[in-house]
Write a protein that binds this ligand. Structure first.
Ligand code: FES
Length: 150
């Protein structure tokens, strides 16, 4: 990756981690789940509201590193307005992206998430990037409980 792109990616991640979107506990949520990264003890809680099959609102509360905050922030922005199936499909694509699995090429709906793709070379950072996503899927599955990144 050229340095310009690396700088841009770092800027996007820093922006989201310093000014996380949809941050803070939701007063009311239809679904909630907590993610726990056992490697560092960091936690994220995801709050979702559903309108039928559509995610009408998504918020998160967290104590974590810049990667985990940025990833949670991007995720909450991206899943709003998506159906449950679409949000889960996005998780699968994101997971493949950050774990370096084959078959995931550049895709418009992953453009911002691509900024996190550098973690694929750092297994412990993959857990940071996927923490909120595991919680989101658990919340959609109705599992009001702690989920771990492994
Ligand atoms: Fe704890 Fe990244 S170091 S979530």
């Amino acid at each position: 990756m050229n340095d310009g792109l690396t700088d841009l990616y770092q800027e996007v991640i820093l922006d989201h981690s310093r000014n996380p979107r949809n941050f803070g506990p939701a007063e009311e949520a239809d679904r909630t789940a907590r993610g726990n990264n056992p490697l560092c003890g960091d936690r994220v809680t995801v709050f979702l509201n559903l309108d039928g099959d559509e995610i009408s609102d998504a918020q998160f509360d967290a104590r974590g590193c810049a990667i985990s905050l940025a990833s949670a922030s991007m995720m909450t922005e991206m899943i709003k307005g998506k159906s449950v199936a679409e949000a889960k499909a996005l998780f699968e694509k994101f997971h493949a992206l950050v774990t370096g699995k084959n078959g995931v090429g550049a895709s418009p709906d992953l453009a911002e998430l691509e900024t996190l793709s550098g973690v694929k070379n750092f297994p412990t950072r993959i857990k940071c990037a996927t923490l909120a996503w595991h919680a989101m899927v658990a919340a959609l599955d109705g599992a009001d409980e702690d989920v771990k990144t492994e």
